[in-house]
Design a protein around this ligand. Structure first.
Ligand SMILES: NC(=O)c1ccc[n+]([C@@H]2O[C@H](COP(=O)([O-])OP(=O)(O)OC[C@H]3O[C@@H](n4cnc5c(N)ncnc54)[C@H](OP(=O)(O)O)[C@@H]3O)[C@@H](O)[C@H]2O)c1
Length: 325
């Protein structure tokens, strides 16, 4: 009892001596709350404007805006295939680039039959490095390429310490994730600049936003793509070119542990088809976006480490990564 009394007395003493600071602290609190509220309202407004409004109003005419042909790298599976299909549904003719000829022919035929558009294929293994680009340049010559989608990438077989990653895998990451996007832009951009229109979409990853331990080379390659796209946008926006950096989080593809419960949580981990539908609707509107509404909420909450969204995000990544292992 004596201890409680003395604590109460101590508390009263402290409260009396701090009285003059209370108003100042209240002002700081009010300022902080107002700032946070304004940020949340602005983020919410951007979310609606970017991810919902464009899908309500009539769809943009991508052929008129950018050109007749779209080139998609890594187009036989996952996001690349879904993105190609979404563009085809908007009437664009598609050039698919990937490493497996049979798969390419099958997907190209599927797209041509379903959407009644022209398709063409280029067989190229981006892990082969420099030698593949002359044939690609030749195949794309004289084509009105309106949209380039840099989608192809390789991932780790499972999260690893850097020294455990094989030298071959490191070269694949450099050649497929970094060199492919850079060289493909180098091939198609001059034509776009000449025609004064075009769009370059590069698919980076949420892992580009923060250093990701045990995915060091992969997340660094995605940071390269993000910075590369943003710098290109500064260089070429005035020349009529729209450059977009897409930074998705988990999508239900082969890259992210098929069969895991993540693939069943569709609002957090959309199918490639749903993702592509949302992402294409942001084309021409946002220079840098996750492409999907719930991923935008996740990225928005990353700066606030205590928010429940951050916890969900980290659980999602950890479970995703451990499933890969
Ligand atoms: N899935 C996700 O959760 C997620 C999240 C963030 C970012 N991303 C990014 O989104 C992009 C697509 O990912 P995804 O999950 O859709 O991948 P995916 O399902 O594994 O598909 C990859 C595509 O790239 C092709 N490809 C792979 N290596 C190639 C090479 N060396 N040369 C030519 N083509 C090659 C594959 O062809 P084959 O089928 O013939 O091998 C396939 O068509 C990547 O840039 C990835 O980093 C994915």
């Amino acid at each position: 009892m004596a201890a409680v009394d003395s604590f109460y007395l101590l508390y009263r003493e402290i409260a009396r001596s701090c009285n003059c600071y209370v108003e100042a602290l209240a002002l700081v609190g009010a300022w902080y709350t107002a700032r946070k509220s304004i940020t949340v309202i602005c983020d919410f407004y951007s979310l609606i404007r970017l991810h919902f409004v464009p899908r309500l109003v009539s769809r943009a005419d991508l052929i008129k805006q950018y050109g007749r042909w779209a080139v998609v790298s890594g187009a036989t599976d996952g996001i690349g295939r879904a993105y190609a299909e979404e563009l085809a549904s908007r009437g664009l003719s598609i050039i698919l680039i990937s490493q497996n000829q049979e798969k390419l022919q099958m997907v190209a035929k599927d797209i041509a039959d379903t959407y009644k558009v022209e398709t063409d294929i280029i067989v190229a293994d981006f892990s082969n490095g420099r030698e593949i680009y002359d044939p690609i340049r030749e195949a794309l010559k004289d084509r009105d390429i309106g949209i380039l989608v840099n989608n192809v990438a390789v991932f780790y077989p499972y999260p690893q310490y850097f020294t455990q990653v094989t030298e071959d895998k490191l070269w694949d990451i450099i050649n497929v994730n970094i060199a492919a996007a850079s060289l493909m832009v180098h091939i198609v951009l001059p034509g776009m600049v000449e025609r004064k229109k075009g769009a370059v979409v590069t698919i980076s990853s949420g892992s580009c936003c923060k250093p990701t331990p045990q995915l060091a080379a992969f997340s660094a390659s995605k940071a390269y793509l993000d910075h590369f796209s943003r710098a290109l946008q500064y260089e070429y926006a005035s020349k009529g070119i729209f450059v977009q950096s897409l930074i998705p989080f988990c999508i239900a593809t082969h890259m992210t542990a098929p069969g895991s419960f993540l693939h069943k949580c569709s609002w957090l981990v959309p199918s490639p088809k749903v993702y592509a539908h949302h992402a294409v609707s942001t084309l021409g509107i946002s220079k840098r976006t996750t492409g999907y509404w719930s991923h935008s909420i996740q990225i928005g909450s990353q700066s606030d480490c205590s928010s429940p969204w951050t916890l969900i995000l980290w659980c999602q990544w950890s479970v995703g990564l451990s499933c890969l292992g």
